[in-house]
Design a protein around this ligand. Structure first.
Ligand SMILES: Cc1cc2nc3c(=O)[nH]c(=O)nc-3n(C[C@H](O)[C@H](O)[C@H](O)COP(=O)(O)OP(=O)(O)OC[C@H]3O[C@@H](n4cnc5c(N)ncnc54)[C@H](O)[C@@H]3O)c2cc1C
Length: 415
């Protein structure tokens, strides 16, 4: 089949690769000048099935309420009249029961686990230069109560195949010596043994090369403005200059997917949650973290990318605007200085923002919509890097009418 993918983020690139290796003719279109320039460039880098918790949970409404009255929380809601956010928010609130939270967490966890498996196979089969960091991810706690609650909350992960150990402060410092000089005092951590980390931009650039070797065409600096349809079929995607024709069309536009889908009369419940990230060089001779981690107090997450450390934080519901100021990154810098004093050169750091494409329930949307040949692979929220390869595999199965390793209905638009 001839297939057109809109979006060259981590989801679009991995989708193109999966389709091309199954023998399809694929073209990828993106309005940016290259792959992974938007949200995918801002990730913390964690490949973290062990952190597949649904954001919609019984605790979430109070967290959101608190965020309205404090400027310094890691969750920020900027109140404004936005019908799209109101509609998304009402759906989110409906998902905040404990039973929905468990169902949604499990759906995310299963996809993340499958995805990590597919990802590891690809890295091996393709003999890639890109290598993920293995050895686990550390979820760090500063008080006994927090650690106890985390162990309780993490039962769903352990019951469904994630190897997670509670480690004492001493064990933690053994696993991650960079924390020995930390000004924050941790009582211990959950060590998610099989979680990992890596730079999605590096992975995608290698995967793009493999795609090109298989004949995939990448068309950059081209924005798709509308989806043209005739009855239950899409006939073309239109940019300002031309129409693109194919047998099937895939929307992997991240946070912009909902607006584009609307031009085909489809309502996708995907809304952006803005996040911030910093990539700072490690100072010569400094001890910087080797493993990925999350400080569960500041909610700053980090991964080591060679001689740099990527740190990210914050979920801000403020629409599609990419506007930001240096102040928005101050919580990350403060946490970085507290966690790893003297380790990073903030003067040479690069600053990025990204809009996480969030569904109200949590799992992404993978599959077809109203039009038989229009497919979606979007809404991966805070875990798109983790879930990319598994989502691509499932979407390719849907297009080919094959069963998948997981239930396709769980991730369908009609769920
Ligand atoms: C701060 C932060 C930290 C994160 N940390 C992690 C993490 O540690 N682990 C993890 O697994 N995930 C993490 N995520 C989530 C992850 O980054 C996202 O889920 C993922 O990047 C989404 O990828 P995407 O390809 O759907 O979107 P994007 O990367 O945004 O790509 C979409 C692409 O579509 C293009 N596009 C959109 N509309 C059009 C159009 N009309 N025409 C042409 N092109 C179009 C855009 O230009 C863009 O290139 C994090 C996100 C943020 C913001």
């Amino acid at each position: 089949m001839k297939l057109l993918v809109v979006g060259a983020g981590i989801i679009g690139v991995t989708t193109a690769y999966e389709l091309a290796r199954r023998g399809h003719e694929v073209q990828v279109i993106d309005r940016e000048a290259g792959e992974t320039r938007m949200t995918s460039a801002a990730t913390a880098g964690l490949i973290a099935p062990g952190h597949s918790f649904a954001w919609a949970s019984p605790a979430a409404p109070m967290e959101l309420l608190k965020s309205l009255f404090s400027a310094n929380t890691s969750i920020r809601v900027k109140p404004r009249f936005d019908p799209e956010f109101i509609s998304w928010g009402l759906k989110f609130l409906r998902e905040c029961t404990s039973s929905r939270a468990s169902t949604n967490t499990l759906a995310k966890l299963r996809l993340a686990q499958r995805s990590q498996q597919v990802f590891n196979e690809i890295v091996k089969e393709e003999e890639m230069d890109f290598k993920p960091t293995v050895g686990g991810v550390l979820y760090l706690y500063r008080d006994e109560m927090g650690l106890r609650r985390a162990v309780e909350r993490g039962r769903i992960m352990r019951d469904h195949g994630q190897e997670q150990n509670v480690v004492s402060r001493d064990e933690l410092l053994h696993l991650e010596p960079a924390l020995a000089t930390s000004r924050a005092s941790f009582v211990g951590a959950v060590h998610a043994v099989t979680d990992g980390s890596g730079d999605p931009t590096l992975y995608a650039s290698e995967i793009r090369k493999r795609c090109e070797e298989m004949g995939v065409r990448f068309t950059f600096n081209t924005a798709i403005k509308a989806i043209r349809k005739d009855g239950d079929r899409v006939t073309a995607l239109s940019s300002k200059e031309s129409d693109f024709l194919a047998d099937g069309y895939i929307l992997a536009g991240g946070p912009a997917s909902a607006r584009l889908a609307r031009t085909a009369g489809t309502r996708l419940s995907v809304y952006p949650a803005k996040g911030y990230s910093i990539t700072a060089p490690v100072n010569a001779g400094a001890v910087a973290p080797r493993l990925g981690g999350i400080d569960e107090k500041s909610l700053v997450a980090w991964s080591r990318f060679g001689d740099q450390l990527r740190m990210s934080a914050t979920a801000e519901f403020s629409g599609y605007s990419l506007a930001h100021s240096r102040k928005d990154f101050s919580n990350i810098v403060k946490a970085g200085q507290e966690l790893f004093p003297g380790a990073l050169d903030y003067d040479r750091a690069t600053y990025k923002i990204g809009l996480r494409p969030m569904t109200p329930d949590g799992p992404p949307i993978i599959g077809a919509g109203k039009q038989r040949n229009l497919y979606f692979n979007t809404g991966h929220g805070h875990l798109g890097w983790t879930m990319a390869c598994g989502s691509a595999e499932m979407l390719a199965d849907v297009i080919e009418g094959k069963p998948s390793a997981l239930h396709q209905d769980t991730y369908a638009l009609s769920r």
